[in-house]
Design a protein around this ligand. Structure first.
Ligand SMILES: Cc1cc2nc3c(=O)[nH]c(=O)nc-3n(C[C@H](O)[C@H](O)[C@H](O)COP(=O)(O)OP(=O)(O)OC[C@H]3O[C@@H](n4cnc5c(N)ncnc54)[C@H](O)[C@@H]3O)c2cc1C
Length: 401
C-alpha cells in the first residue's frame, strides 16, 4: 500500500473536528487540509436554540475545541466552500484559493435548513443553523416581537420555548399535527402541545402556511385555513437537507445524503463520510439511516477515521443506538433507539401527566426505544439496555425488578 501522505476533511463543525482529532490521536502525522464554509472556528450547535437564543451564553462559551486548533497542525481553509470534487484527480475545488489535492477524504458537510416553497427574502424571516443566525435572531428578540414559528420539530419547539422565555408572544404552526408527534408519537406530541400551551404559546396544528407576507420586512403569516397571524419575526424550522451539492456528478453515491456502507466508507475507495450528511447501513437495525443528532456526528467521525486508517478488513461496523436530547422550558427529554408510532409503549417510571417519566418501546419482541423526561440518570440505564439488545420481555422484567 502506498504511504498515506494527506487527508482532506471537508466540514469544520462537530464531525469535521472529531475527524481531525481522531486522525491525530491515532498517530496520523501527514498533511491535513481542513476546509469549512464558515469562517468561524468549530462551535456547538445545540445551545443555539437554547442558551444562546435566551441570551444566557456568549458565543465564546460554545467553542468546540477548548484548547484551540493549533495543536492539530492542520492547514485550515475556513471561510472557503468546497465547490466540486474530482475523484480521479483526488482534487477539491474551493470558492477562492488553490484547489486542495488529497490521498484520502472525510466528508463532513452536515446539513442546511429547508425553506418553504416560495419563501420570500424578507427582513425578519429566519432559519436557525449557524451562530450568525442565532445572534441575529437574539438581537431581533430585544424589541419584543410577535413571533411565528413554522414547524413543530425539535428546532421549532426549542425556538418557541426560548422565545417565550425571552417574553415574546409566540405562535407555533405545525402542518402535520402536534409538535414533536412526528418524531415521538401521538402521546408525547399531545404532551408537548400542552407544555407549550401552558407556557402561553398559541399552538396551531394541522394547518399549513400559505404565505409569508410583507413589504421589505415580514408583516404577517397567512395560513391555509384563511387565518392571518401578524408577525415581526418568523422562524422557519421545517427540517434540513444534507449538504451534498458539491458532490453531484463526482461519482460519490448520493441518496438523501452520502451513501456509506456499515463502516462509513463511500463507494469511492479512500473516501468516508460522517455526521448529518452521511447515510449508512446500521447493522444493528439492518436499516439504512441518516441521523441528524449531535452524538451520532461525534461517534461516526471517529468510526469513519478508523475505517480510513485501518482499511476495510480491520474496521468495525458502526452500529450505534441513536440518541438525542431536547431541552424546552424546565423539561429535559432524552430519546434513545428507534421508537416509532405503532410500537408497544410502557411507562416504567413516573407518568406523562407528571412530565417526569421513562417509557420503553417494544416492536417484534425487541426493546427498540427508551424515552425519558426529567429522568436523565435512569435513561442512561435504558440506553445501556438498548445497547445490550434486550428482548422486550426481558426489559419489562428488568423494569419490574
Ligand atoms: C439549533 C440547533 C440545535 C440542535 N440541538 C440539538 C440537540 O439538542 N441535541 C442533539 O442531539 N442534536 C442537536 N442538534 C443537531 C446537531 O447540532 C447536529 O447533528 C450536528 O451539528 C451535526 O454535525 P455535523 O458536523 O455533521 O454537521 P454541521 O454541524 O451541519 O456542520 C457541517 C459544516 O460543514 C460546512 N459545510 C457545508 N457545506 C460545505 C462545503 N461545500 N464546503 C465546506 N464546508 C461546508 C457547514 O458550513 C458546517 O459548518 C441541533 C442543531 C441545531 C442547528
Amino acid at each position: 500500500m502506498p504511504e498515506l501522505r494527506s487527508v482532506a476533511v471537508v466540514g469544520a463543525s462537530l464531525a469535521g473536528l472529531r475527524a481531525v482529532e481522531a486522525l491525530r490521536a491515532r498517530g496520523f502525522e501527514g498533511r491535513i487540509d481542513w476546509i469549512g464554509a464558515e469562517s468561524r472556528e468549530p462551535y456547538d450547535r445545540p445551545p443555539l436554540s437554547k442558551e444562546v437564543l435566551r441570551s444566557e451564553w456568549s458565543p465564546e462559551r460554545i467553542a468546540l475545541a477548548r484548547n484551540g486548533l493549533a495543536g492539530f497542525a492542520a492547514q485550515q481553509h475556513f471561510g472557503r466552500r468546497a465547490l466540486r470534487l474530482e475523484v480521479a484527480a483526488r482534487r477539491i475545488e474551493l470558492d477562492g484559493g488553490d484547489p486542495v489535492v488529497f490521498d484520502k477524504l472525510v466528508i463532513a458537510t452536515g446539513a442546511s435548513p429547508r425553506k418553504l416553497p416560495g419563501q420570500p427574502e424578507l427582513a425578519g424571516v429566519f432559519v436557525l443553523r449557524t451562530l450568525d443566525d442565532a445572534l441575529a435572531m437574539r438581537g431581533a428578540l430585544e424589541a419584543g416581537p410577535r413571533v411565528v414559528v413554522v414547524g413543530g420539530g425539535f428546532i421549532g419547539a426549542e425556538v418557541a420555548a426560548s422565545c417565550r422565555q425571552r417574553g415574546a408572544a409566540v405562535t407555533m404552526v405545525e402542518a402535520l399535527g402536534n409538535p414533536l408527534a412526528q418524531a415521538l408519537g401521538p402521546e408525547l406530541g399531545a404532551l408537548y402541545a400542552a407544555l407549550h400551551r401552558d407556557h402561553g404559546v398559541d399552538v396551531r396544528t394541522g394547518v399549513a402556511v400559505a404565505a409569508i407576507e410583507g413589504e421589505r420586512r415580514v408583516e404577517r403569516v397567512r395560513l391555509a385555513d384563511g387565518s392571518v397571524l401578524p408577525a415581526d419575526l418568523v422562524v422557519v424550522g421545517i427540517g434540513v437537507r444534507p449538504e451534498t451539492a458539491w458532490l453531484e456528478g463526482s461519482g460519490v453515491a448520493l441518496q438523501d445524503g452520502v451513501v456509506c456502507d456499515a463502516s462509513c466508507a463511500t463507494n469511492v475507495p479512500g473516501i468516508v463520510a460522517a455526521g448529518d450528511v452521511a447515510r449508512w447501513m446500521n447493522p444493528r437495525y439492518g436499516e439504512s439511516m441518516r441521523v441528524e443528532h449531535w452524538t451520532n456526528a461525534a461517534l461516526m467521525a471517529q468510526a469513519a477515521v478508523a475505517r480510513l486508517l485501518d482499511g476495510p478488513g480491520a474496521a468495525k461496523p458502526f452500529d450505534p443506538v441513536p440518541y438525542v436530547w431536547s431541552d424546552q422550558y424546565d423539561t429535559k427529554l432524552a430519546v434513545a433507539g428507534r421508537p416509532r408510532a405503532g410500537d408497544e409503549v410502557r411507562v416504567v417510571d413516573g407518568s406523562f401527566e407528571q412530565r417526569k417519566f421513562v417509557a420503553i418501546y417494544g416492536r417484534a419482541g425487541r426493546l427498540v426505544g427508551a424515552v425519558a423526561m426529567n429522568r436523565m440518570r435512569m435513561h442512561l440505564e435504558w440506553r445501556a439496555a438498548l445497547d445490550e439488545g434486550l428482548s422486550f420481555d426481558a426489559a419489562l422484567r428488568r423494569a419490574a425488578g
